[in-house]
Design a protein around this ligand. Structure first.
Ligand code: NAD
Length: 357
């Protein structure tokens, strides 16, 4: 299978990370061009990777040697840059947040319709090992019908001093980590989202954007996900808990998952609730559940590869398979667009912030 010639647009923190990982897969990807408005960055990277440097985006997009463009510029430019690259005939892998405004949402929806099979969304944290292990257990049915899930993404306590703290530049945790955790939430719900409740706060940030995000989503199947993303928690909360009607999952730290569930072969006896006088001792139901055949299990999450590296390698491999082998890309474009829609609902619920909508 032939190598994909790629270019990176935006050589900041994540652009460098993408270059490192994609170019490490030498049998699949070859860097041929880079573009940054900071010409020094572009030239240095081009020297290191023996490829073409550009500081003018349109000239970069006209490079006929490049098939794939990875867009890692700032958030507010993503939708417009994706449209430009698609119109130049390129395949696009677009960083999250894929769009920030309602106009971005429309632009991407149209681009998705106009350029089928050419637009891919970079929700790399779909491939976090801990999340994948949790998703597999939740979908396996081992816990019965999972009705409530809590996700906590408590970062190291920090006051972020860059543009990601400024709303005028598309910053804030809702836009920064929100797309990743909304993606997790929607995968866990596995049904259309019918209700959204949220409360966003500005706690310690030196900017004007949200640094503490609380969101509750409810699916049409009544599954509820309650998530937090925060820069303002000094002791990290439990990464994930999931409650099913036959068991519970707790993943405290992304390294191990504790499970307690009723043996799948055990059928719960039929009982009815009665309004008769209960006994003076007991009658609370503990006697019955104490006798259930409970199973406990500890699942160790593979730490062979660092999580940050794993998500990059996985998305690169999935993208290759989608482009070269017609294997569907696991991040469906409709799901990614739905994340932009839900994000805009959350913004409207939190009008105390001066969002760019
Ligand atoms: N998926 C992930 O895991 C992940 C991680 C980090 C950041 N991100 C996203 O990636 C984007 C970039 O984040 P970052 O932290 O790397 O930002 P950054 O500020 O470090 O880098 C942005 C780079 O883009 C360049 N640039 C800006 N406008 C340009 C233009 N018009 N043409 C060419 N170059 C341009 C800048 O000079 C800079 O080098 C953000 O939207 C962020 O949300 C995603």
């Amino acid at each position: 299978m032939s190598i994909i010639n790629f270019g990176i647009w935006g050589l900041g923190r994540i652009g460098n990370t993408h270059m490192r990982h994609f170019s490490s897969l030498t049998e699949r990807y070859q860097p041929v061009a880079v573009c940054d408005v900071d010409a020094t960055r572009a030239n240095e990277m081009a020297d290191a990777k023996q490829c073409q440097a550009y500081d003018q985006p349109q000239t970069f997009l006209n490079d006929s040697n490049m098939q794939l463009v990875i867009i890692a510029t700032r958030s507010l430019d993503h939708a417009a840059h994706a449209k430009m690259a698609l119109q130049a005939g390129k395949t696009v892998l677009l960083e999250k947040p894929i769009g920030v405004t309602e106009a971005d949402y429309q632009t991407l929806k149209q681009a998705n319709a106009d350029f089928p099979g050419k637009l891919f969304f970079l929700h790399n944290h779909r491939f976090e090992p801990a999340f994948q292990a949790i998703l597999e257990i939740v979908r396996s049915g081992k816990l019965g019908k999972v009705h409530t899930i809590k996700l906590r993404r408590h970062h190291q306590f920090r006051r972020r001093p860059d543009w990601q703290s400024l709303l005028a530049h598309g910053g804030g945790q809702l836009s920064c980590w929100g797309p990743h955790i909304l993606d997790h939430a929607m995968q866990l719900i596995n049904a259309p989202v019918k209700d959204v409740w949220s409360h966003l706060q500005r706690i310690n940030t030196p900017g004007d954007a949200d640094d503490h995000v609380k969101v509750i989503l409810v699916g049409e199947n009544d599954t509820l996900v309650d998530f937090e993303i925060s820069d303002a928690v000094a002791i990290r909360g439990t990464f994930c808990t999931a409650y099913g009607d036959r068991g519970t999952l707790i993943c405290a730290d992304e390294k191990t998952i504790q499970l307690k569930y009723i043996d799948p072969d055990f059928e719960l006896p039929q009982i009815t609730a009665s309004a008769e006088q209960p006994p003076t001792k007991g009658g609370f139901g503990h006697e019955e559940s104490g006798g259930f055949p409970w199973q406990t299990e500890t699942v160790n999450i593979s730490t062979d590869v660092n999580m940050w590296d794993q998500v990059e390698i996985d998305i690169a491999n999935h993208l290759y398979n989608a482009i070269r082998n017609d294997i569907p890309f696991p991040v469906a474009n409709e799901d990614a667009l739905e994340i932009v829609r839900i994000t805009n609902v959350i913004k409207k619920q939190n009008s105390q912030f001066e969002w760019i909508i």
